[in-house]
Design a protein around this ligand. Structure first.
Ligand SMILES: [Zn+2]
Length: 164
């Protein structure tokens, strides 16, 4: 996001030249530079033997299942975000969290950090913000996720990882 006003004090920002970034919006009052950075978000494939945790969220995709995702909150590292979002949305505890790479979503200025994680314990106990949660078969997940392009790329990476 390109800032014009300081989100802290509301004053109009000036341009300050940074050695390697060029002109950057700057608040002299708070002495903060507002770099044009994306928002970090995680998305995770939770695996339990031959099954994968799938969510139904009709407001995102009408006819498609999706993976657990969420924004990184200040104060946590992204592995903590992964465990927290899975716990909050589904009630499941995960471990052995593995990074699978990142994708940039230009339309939303989001950097999507993709992961796989192993089921450790817990029964499905979904959040009220989630329409549905279920264990789907990993083999048929790609068909169930037809509209979710990022999710499908993650499942393909997971299938590669499991072959190793
Ligand atoms: Zn300010």
């Amino acid at each position: 996001m390109k800032f014009k006003y300081c989100p802290n004090c509301g004053r109009e920002l000036i341009t300050r030249y940074s050695f390697d970034e060029g002109g950057v919006p700057y608040c002299p009052h708070d002495d903060i530079m507002f770099f044009d950075t994306p928002r970090p978000c995680i998305i995770v494939a939770v695996i339990n033997c031959d099954k994968i945790l799938l969510l139904k969220q009709s407001y995102i995709y009408k006819d498609s299942k999706v993976l657990v995702s969420g924004y990184v909150t200040n104060g946590e590292c992204v592995e903590e975000t992964v465990a927290r979002e899975v716990k909050e949305e589904t009630g499941i505890t995960v471990g052995n969290i593995k990074y699978l790479g990142s994708e940039f979503l230009a339309s939303k200025e989001i950097i999507m950090l993709t992961f796989m994680a192993e089921y450790i314990e817990g029964d499905i106990n979904k959040s009220s913000e989630v329409e549905g949660v279920e264990w789907g078969l990993l083999d048929s997940a790609l068909e169930e996720m037809k509209e979710d392009e990022i999710g499908k790329r993650i499942v393909k990476k997971v299938l590669e990882e499991l072959k190793k």
